[in-house]
Write a new protein. Structure first.
Ligand code: NAD
Length: 386
């Protein structure tokens, strides 16, 4: 997705970038082994390098339908030829002791099947967002993890990203007063001729176009910035059906969440406007802005009003390395599972509620089904890696 193109290219003018803190890596034999399932843009661009930078994890296996591509990536990264699997032979990973964690990086509609197969093979699973294309699939994935007694984590990288964590920490401190309004905008132009976008524009494979792909960052972001769950949603869409990209999925969707505290979140997402991944949190005495707030790199946090006005200086870190290290530590039992399957399910249920409201012309849809997150990331994930 566009995060790739914009990642790192988004310079933050006037904000000095400190170097990321150097973490002592664990010895090779103590690192947990990851199998990457699906060798597309995210795997090649971010996850292979992320596993090189990880402190306690390493790449040990590849799963792909393209033997030549997998062999090329394996040779470039010191992966043994017998650690390359195809989709038909995937279940043989059960006998491969080099694999501790399986990272599902496939089109969204394939997450459920490969997560469940990996769990049945006795492996822990890190699964990309959105968790699946239906709440029923998410529930089956959660049940499979429970039955297998293995960990299932959803790859919500912003829960491990310093600017987002610092925003959460400041909001929770109360120093700006009550947060009353969150605004999130997640968008980019999509390109039907790009295979990586073609499946995102296919309703069945993506589960909802821009909303499932990018809007989920805003849904998830409003929830973790406020640390509460929406009880009502209203949403509207604006889609030009003559645009070949939007024959099956909506283009622009705007929604409003109402939270129990009285706070409101305004969210938008589009695959047909210029790129943005940003948030604003309006509190009684200050406003926190992350613009950009959810790119791979170059994110900012700016404060307007209240204490500490101006840019907040934080280093760029490799979010993917940190997230994969966090998962490895979850498996080791040394850190809490802050983004479990239940977090993914909550966002997929909210995606479904947004699409229901769109279908009913903006009617209010109740979302007060009683979900509460197990851990506040703002309380348990340090702003910077230790
Ligand atoms: P991509 O299209 O670049 O890669 C998908 C891979 O799956 C390709 O190698 C493709 O060959 C393979 N594949 C197997 N079966 C397929 C099928 N039936 N149709 C299409 N492709 C098939 O996509 P990507 O950008 O790497 O995204 C993969 C997953 O990662 C998605 O769930 C996406 O939401 C997620 N993602 C997350 C982030 C993030 O920042 N966390 C960023 C990008 C993508």
């Amino acid at each position: 997705m566009i995060e790739l193109g914009l990642a790192g290219a988004v310079a933050a003018p006037g904000l000095a970038r400190a170097a990321a803190p150097a973490l002592p890596p664990l010895p090779e034999d103590k690192k947990l082994g990851y199998a990457l399932v699906g060798l597309g843009k995210l795997s090649q661009g971010q996850l292979v390098p992320g596993l090189k930078a990880a402190r306690g994890a390493k790449l040990t296996a590849l799963v792909s339908g393209d033997k030549a591509k997998a062999t090329r990536i394996a040779e470039a990264n010191g992966i043994a030829a017998d650690a390359i699997y195809d989709y038909a032979g995937f279940d043989r990973i059960a006998n491969d002791a080099r694999i501790d964690i399986v990272y599902i990086v496939l089109p969204n509609s394939m997450h459920a099947e490969y997560t469940i197969r990996a769990l049945k093979a006795g492996k822990h699973v890190l699964c990309e967002k959105p968790m699946a294309t239906s709440a029923a699939d998410c529930e089956a994935m959660i049940a499979a993890a429970r039955n297998a007694d293995r960990k299932l984590m959803i790859a919500y990288r912003c829960h491990y990203e310093p600017h987002n964590l610092e925003a959460m920490r400041r909001i929770r401190s109360g120093q700006y007063g009550k947060p009353k309004l969150v605004v999130t905008d997640m968008s980019r132009q999509s390109t039907l001729s790009d295979p990586s976008d073609a499946w995102r524009l296919d309703a069945k494979l993506s589960g909802g176009g821009a909303l499932a792909d990018m809007g989920v960052y805003g849904i998830n972001g409003a929830r973790y910035l406020l640390n509460e769950e929406p009880v009502e949603v209203r949403a509207w869409a604006q889609t030009d059906r003559s645009d070949p990209r939007f024959r099956e999925v909506e283009d622009l969707i705007a929604w409003q969440f109402k939270f129990p505290s009285g706070a409101i979140a305004n969210g938008s997402t589009s695959f047909g406007v210029v790129g943005a991944m940003r948030f604003d949190v309006y509190c009684e005495r200050g406003r926190l802005r992350g613009d950009p707030g959810a790119y791979y790199g170059g994110n900012r946090l700016d404060v307007f009003g209240g204490p500490g006005q101006g840019p907040v200086e934080l280093p760029d870190i490799d979010q993917f390395a940190r997230e994969m290290d966090w998962m490895a530590d979850v498996v080791r039992g040394t850190v809490p599972l802050v983004t479990p399957g239940e977090e993914g399910l909550q966002d997929v249920r909210l995606i479904e509620a947004i699409l229901q409201s769109v279908a009913k012309g903006g009617a209010t849809v109740k979302t007060d089904w009683g979900y509460k997150r197990a851990f506040d990331p703002g309380a348990v994930v340090p702003v910077l890696p230790a």
